[in-house]
Design a protein around this ligand. Structure first.
Ligand SMILES: [Ca+2]
Ligand SMILES: [Ca+2]
Length: 119
């Protein structure tokens, strides 16, 4: 998409997010706190890290190979996803969800993102 069509698409887009009241959006910090809690449900042995096995166990139905995704997320390659790596993952997901880039993810942005993501 070139800049002109992108600008045209942006102008044509209705902007419901601007009309939404305050407090409906989720900040990155909230998103990470909630996401960490959700991801750590997979933490079967309670060490606050997610091993490759724990990661794969929660993703039996994933379309993509969970171990490949794990390898990308495990930045230091120790076979465990720790808090900082989980935060990085969530920050990346947040950025993808935050369609208008205002640093808040609105409910409708989450809905749109959920459809696109398979994890
Ligand atoms: Ca664990
Ligand atoms: Ca790691």
């Amino acid at each position: 998409m070139n800049l002109i069509t992108m600008a045209a698409a942006l102008l044509a887009m209705p902007i419901p997010a601007l009309a939404a009241g305050e407090g409906e959006g989720v900040s990155l910090a909230d998103f990470q706190a909630a996401g960490r809690q959700r991801l750590l449900r997979a933490d079967a042995n309670g060490d606050a890290k997610i091993s490759k096995e724990e990661w794969a166990a929660g993703r039996k139905n994933a379309k993509r190979d969970p171990s490949r995704m794990f390898g990308r997320l495990d930045a230091n390659g120790d076979g465990q996803l720790e808090a900082s790596e989980i935060d990085t993952l969530l920050a990346r997901r947040f950025k993808r969800l935050d369609a208008n880039g205002d640093g808040m993810v609105m409910p409708e942005e989450r809905t749109a993102g959920r459809k696109a993501a398979d994890d």
